[in-house]
Design a protein around this ligand. Structure first.
Ligand code: SF4
Length: 201
């Protein structure tokens, strides 16, 4: 389990966050505010709050931050959960994935379906801000400014593809990372791509 190097410090960017049962909780008002929200969720669902909720939340945040802010061992989670994201990595991956590549755009209803899956996906990292650093705007340029109303704010960086999910959901993917959650919507496209490849052999 990981913990903050300085226990009274706030995470970089001042955002506290946690995911539970596919729901995302966050607060800019401090750890207690976040813990209150999570405790309420437990109460509403009639579940007992873990005695070490504070530690569990700090570990969750630490697992998503780059090295330096926290101490302790990273756990052997799948890459899409454990590997920290950095701003420059995301910019580079955006360039690699989109620059000069031809993708087929999906219609807005399909994009919304994709985004709905991303919303509750464990690889949807909302811990990294995508608006304050211009990442979402940069990604948007690669997809002709397409958006999904009411959903974009809940899409962070996809930790499997390492780019903002708000851009991914609009295209038919042509690459398929090995480390994706089993529920990832891109798997349906991978199956189609495999069938096409098989029929050509
Ligand atoms: S693209 Fe797939 S892996 Fe990435 S956030 Fe969406 S559902 Fe999750």
């Amino acid at each position: 389990m990981m913990r903050f190097r300085y226990s009274n410090a706030a995470p970089p960017g001042g955002k506290w966050f946690y995911r539970l049962n596919g729901l995302w909780f966050e607060s800019y008002h401090g750890k207690n505010d976040l813990l209150d929200k999570v405790r309420k969720h437990y109460a509403v669902n009639g579940k007992e709050v873990p005695a070490n909720l504070d530690e569990i939340v700090c570990d969750f945040i630490c697992q998503q931050l780059p090295d330096g802010f926290c101490e302790g061992e990273r756990e052997g989670k799948p890459d899409f959960e454990a590997k920290p994201l950095t701003y420059f990595e995301v910019v580079m991956e955006l360039e690699k994935l989109f620059r000069g590549r031809k993708y087929r755009y999906v219609d807005s209803r399909t994009a919304k379906d994709h985004g709905t899956v991303c919303y509750s996906c464990p690889a949807n990292r909302l811990g990294m801000c995508t608006t304050c650093n211009g990442l979402r705007g940069t990604a948007s340029k690669f997809i002709g400014g397409r958006t999904v109303s009411g959903l974009d704010d809940y899409l962070g960086v996809c930790a499997a593809y390492r780019v903002p999910a708000s851009a991914l959901i609009h295209v038919e993917p042509v690459t398929f990372p090995v480390n994706r959650p089993a529920t990832c919507w891109t798997r349906a496209y991978e199956r189609t791509a495999t069938k096409v490849a098989d029929s050509k052999e």
